[in-house]
Design a protein around this ligand. Structure first.
Ligand code: PHE
Length: 336
């Protein structure tokens, strides 16, 4: 090959490479651009490199310089394109005036939302928060709460034992005793916390779930205080127009024992119906005595409720397992 032919071919290739790059617009995918340029390099640049050998020895230097310049030009063009795509190119597609995409920050769990709301209401009624251990002794979980030694709830099928005397608390009521041992009346506390029972994990049961305990102890506290406080809570939580009713119930640690039902709409088209919200009652004298209080002088009332069930009726959740699945698609519905 003649040197002039060689240089002409190198020029033509440089021209084609430039034309190709100019034709690539911002929307061209980087991979496509690289592919097209590489094809050009692979076919014609490699051919030109091979053609160096067919030149007369004295022409090879000049041709070699032309070849190297061409190679550098193509590479630099490609680099420039890549830079344009990732900086200037992106920059043109990037609208700085667009509002920032809000990062996913997580959200409070529906059960936590319910607990917070209930705690807020009771805080306004003068209650503070008390906490107790999840690993409890038999005495706090049962004995001090006036359970007779042979009570069925103590049987192995209900209670998860950790050792001879230690167990995973089956309810938050032990916090009643711990609180009364630690603080002199007047006492008004709310005790949210996890409790454990040997239950199947199905649509309506979970072996670990939250409970919310309430306790008010002072001189001269009566059942009227219990009814008034819990009815006021129900009106604030469910709406002023909701009716509440109390019916008899049994728990060893209260006497008399009661349950409170609230008229709730479960969003199933059947309208309002009575739903049991909590168990409650006057603190049993034996519990006050077990905590070291004079049961002739002090009286009190207590309640316990399951915020998961309340969350389920409030948010129209039909399977309790959804509360434990950690499925972000489910949970992000509660983001606010
Ligand atoms: N601890 C009872 C339960 O787990 C609820 C309760 C608490 C009832 C306080 C009365 C008073 O079901």
């Amino acid at each position: 090959m003649q040197l002039s032919d060689y240089l002409a071919q190198a020029d033509a290739l440089a021209h084609d490479a430039r034309t190709l790059l100019d034709a690539l617009d911002q929307a061209t995918r980087l991979d496509d651009a690289k592919g097209q340029l590489n094809a050009l390099k692979d076919e014609r640049l490699v051919a030109l490199q091979g053609a160096l050998r067919s030149l007369a020895a004295e022409d090879r230097r000049a041709a070699g310089i032309a070849f190297n310049t061409l190679k550098t030009t193509i590479q630099e063009s490609l680099d420039a394109f890549v830079a344009r795509q990732s900086a200037g190119g992106e920059g043109q597609r990037f609208d700085a005036t667009m509002p920032a995409r809000r990062g996913w920050q997580g959200s409070l769990h529906p059960v936590t939302l319910v607990i917070d709301e209930i705690c807020d209401i009771f805080r306004e009624l003068g209650f503070t928060i008390a906490l107790g251990p999840e690993a409890e002794t038999e005495r706090y979980n049962f004995g001090a709460l006036n359970f007779p030694p042979d009570h069925p709830a103590m049987e192995l099928h209900d209670t998860l034992y950790l050792g001879d005397d230690t167990l995973l608390r089956t309810h938050t009521s032990p916090v009643q005793v711990r609180t009364l041992q630690q603080f002199a009346p007047p006492v008004r506390v709310l005790a949210p916390g996890q409790v454990y029972r040997r239950d199947f994990f199905d649509a309506t049961h979970a072996p670990a779930f939250m409970q919310l305990e309430g306790l008010a102890v002072d001189e001269g506290i009566s059942f009227v205080d219990l009814k008034a406080t819990l009815a006021e809570f129900a009106r604030r939580f469910y709406g002023a127009s909701r009716r509440v009713r109390f019916g008899p119930s049994y728990f060893p640690f209260v006497e008399p024992g009661a349950q409170m039902d609230v008229e709730v709409d479960l969003n199933d088209g059947k309208g309002l119906r009575w739903v049991e919200i909590l168990g409650c009652g006057m603190v049993h004298p034996n519990v006050l005595e077990a905590a070291g209080l004079d049961s002739e002088r002090f009286t009190g009332w207590a309640f316990g409720m399951g915020p998961a069930r309340i969350a389920m009726s409030r948010y129209d959740i039909h399977d309790i397992r959804q509360l434990y699945d950690s499925d972000v698609r489910f949970l992000e519905q509660f983001a606010r």
